[in-house]
Design a protein around this ligand. Structure first.
Ligand code: ATP
Length: 661
């Protein structure tokens, strides 16, 4: 094997029998609802969807949309004019005159045909140019609409099976918004040409048009069926496509790149990728066969229908029911009507399929994937007291209860620490206190009002969170702290927050200070270390004028000096805020006024640091002893480390009152 070729791992080819497969969960009810939408129901929805797509174009560029429609109508009128002129030309050719006279008689019609064809060609170029100009802007607007709907969804949406599918489908719908404008245009053009040609055909003989329509009908029905089969197959494959996209992302990701190499995982991951790819291939092959079968039946029926129309026309001419010149013109008109009908069938089927994608987009915009924020409108001030009572919360995709019967409170000026083993529910509880999740049972109140009754955006104005996995925005250092919401005194506030979090030292080393772009090098930015990013994440929380500060493992990546400074400053930070601190480093929770120990989503203990350390049979004491065992700190120690800064121990960082936010 080539040294550069990633090795294939046998485990990837032969997974254990009880091993769970990588699968994207979908909301079965939504898929069933989509499958239940019949062709006639979709056909009824189609005009509304086309109008919505045109409205999008209208919002982006009114004059271009109007111009497009005008061009299409004029083009159709020119097409019909050309066809009428064809009748004149043929009549002249079949007339009794001499050749020269025939040409003289036919000349005006020929001129009209040539002028109409030339003008239509010019209009075609115009339509193409406008469409190229309009399309990307419509796409962007459609994507922006999805982004707006995403931001308007409850956070819990991401934990629902199927939400990501809806989002993906909406994205696909946004992509095809452009197509629907083009397809609707083409359909309008085909209908307009049909009307023109049908007028001519009806004048020549009234029986021909209904016959032709009958002949085209089976093809139309088959095309729409085939489009529906393809759409449903695509819709069902969204999950697998997402798995592939996610695998690609995990393999590409810079954060994982070193481990993919050092753990020689390349081959193993690629095998997983291929497995899912094969599953996808199988389902798309099945759909292709199914739609091919439907199309073959449609084409055969159309062939028969066309033969019938031509036979009928021959019979009309040979039986003297139609004159020869009219028969000649009818040949052209039949060809034109046939082209228009095929266009209507083809574009109609395209429009139908695109309409189904657009339906996903449109539904997502209306409901934010079924999770639109629907809370109260009361605007909260900075909270004085936040409390939860008999709180229960279960993640939608989980059978277990993450929080069960939790009651506690935190007040302004107070630091509440949440401790407990992994998975005990600390982060979930912090999210409920911050109104990011709503209780499934019991209550979560800010100053006596249920969080679900408060305006969510106004509530989050009062929340500052340093999550475990903080965002590393590809923005400038300043924007990474202000998050686009600068304080009235601008950089002075930014620097106060930066001093208090230790980010000021990071800023000082940046090539342009606060104005430095923080992004990976290939995006033109300067990359920071994990701890440096965490200092910025804390600075952004300190910078927010929020009544509730949630710190979830805020110092995990910090060096001892930086960590010391944060906890030195926390008391001053808490003066104007309620602070919830989640951490496993029990030395740090000594700064808290009260500590709540969680286990399996329930409150196990509550008390001050001194109380909990003194309780020798309690869980806190057990964890405290375990932590200290390795550091040699006497297990009996029950006096909290000094974190008040009142003993003059401000640490080697020299943090002063002025540097506090
Ligand atoms: N998005 C999610 N979907 C489903 N279950 C989840 C989700 N997030 C957390 N859980 C589950 O909820 C429980 C509580 O998780 P939580 O993150 O609150 O624990 P924690 O105490 O903060 O853990 P840690 O100390 O590891 O950070 C766990 O059993 C976890 O598996």
């Amino acid at each position: 094997m080539n040294a550069a070729t990633p090795q294939t791992h046998p485990e990837a080819q032969a997974p254990a029998e009880d091993e769970e497969e990588l699968r994207w969960l979908a909301d079965g009810r939504r898929i069933e609802a989509i499958e239940a939408i019949g062709i006639s129901a979709m056909a009824r929805r189609l005009p509304m969807l086309v109008v919505r797509a045109f409205r999008l174009g209208w919002r982006v560029d009114r004059s271009s949309v109007v111009l497009l429609l005008v061009c299409q109508v004029v083009s159709a009128v020119l097409g019909a004019t050309g066809l009428f002129a064809t009748t004149g030309t043929i009549a002249a050719l079949f007339g009794p005159e001499a050749v020269g006279d025939k040409l003289t008689r036919a000349a005006p019609s020929i001129l009209v045909i040539a002028a109409a064809a030339g003008a239509r060609a010019l209009l075609g170029i115009m339509i193409q140019t406008i469409t190229v100009h309009l399309s990307p802007r419509i796409s962007r607007e459609a994507e922006a609409a999805v982004l707006r709907a995403t931001v308007a969804a409850e956070l819990t949406a991401y934990d629902h099976a199927g939400y990501n599918d809806e989002l993906d489908a909406a994205d696909r719908g946004a992509e095809v918004c452009v197509d629907i404008v083009g397809e609707a245009q083409n359909l309008i053009a085909a209908v307009a040409s049909l009307l023109g040609a049908a007028g001519v055909l009806t004048v020549l003989h009234p029986a021909l048009l209904p016959l032709l329509v009958l002949a085209a009908l089976p093809q139309g029905i088959a095309s729409v069926h085939a489009a529906r089969v393809q759409f449903l197959a695509n819709r069902a494959a969204i999950g697998d496509r997402r798995v592939l996209a996610n695998l690609r992302w995990y393999i590409h990701l810079k954060r994982n790149a070193d481990q993919v190499r050092s753990d020689t995982m390349g081959g193993f991951l690629l095998d997983k990728y291929e497995q899912v790819g094969r599953r996808l291939d199988a389902s798309s092959r099945k759909a292709a066969m199914q739609s091919a079968r439907v199309s073959v039946v449609g084409a055969a029926a159309t062939g028969l229908g066309t033969a019938l129309v031509w036979t009928a026309m021959l019979w009309l001419v040979t039986s003297g029911r139609m004159s020869l010149p009219h028969g000649g013109a009818a040949v052209f008109a039949l060809a034109a009507v046939g082209t228009s009908l095929r266009g209507i069938v083809g574009y109609g089927a395209d429009l139908f399929r695109t309409g189904m994608y657009l339906d996903d987009w449109s539904t997502f915009l209306d409901t934010a994937g079924g999770h639109r924020l629907r809370r109260g409108t009361a605007v909260p001030q900075a909270p004085r007291r936040i409390e939860v009572e008999n709180l229960r919360y279960a993640y939608p995709s989980s059978e277990r209860t993450a929080l069960d019967g939790v009651s506690l409170h935190v007040e302004r000026g107070e630091i509440l620490a949440l401790v407990g083993e992994n998975g005990s529910g600390k982060t979930t509880l912090a999210k409920l206190l911050a109104g990011l999740y709503l209780p499934a049972g019991g209550s979560a109140r800010w100053d006596g009002r249920e969080t679900r009754d408060l305006d969510p955006h106004a509530l989050w104005q009062q929340v500052a969170v340093v999550p475990q996995d903080y965002a590393r925005w590809p923005l400038t250092c300043r924007e990474n702290i202000t998050l686009g919401q600068p304080a009235p005194d601008g950089d002075a506030a930014v620097m106060r927050a930066a001093e208090a979090s230790g980010a000021a030292e990071v800023v000082a080393k940046l090539r342009r200070g606060l104005s430095t772009l923080l992004a990976v090098e290939w995006m033109g930015g300067e990359e920071l270390s994990g701890g440096q990013w965490q200092r910025l994440a804390i600075a952004r929380a300190f910078h927010r004028e929020a009544g509730l500060l949630v710190l979830d493992e805020p110092t995990a990546a910090l060096d001892p000096r930086a960590e010391h400074r944060i906890f030195q400053n926390l008391r001053a930070v808490a003066r104007e805020r309620a602070v919830v601190l989640v951490t496993h480093r029990l030395t740090n929770v000594a700064v808290a006024d009260r500590i709540v120990v969680l286990e399996d989503g329930k409150v196990l203990q509550e008390g001050t640091f001194a109380d909990l350390v003194a309780d020798e049979s309690g869980r806190f004491r057990e964890l405290w002893d375990l932590q200290n065992e390795r550091t040699g700190v006497p297990a009996q120690r029950n006096r909290p480390p000094d974190t008040t800064g009142t003993t003059g121990t401000t640490g080697t960082t020299g943090t002063t009152e002025e540097t506090r936010p």
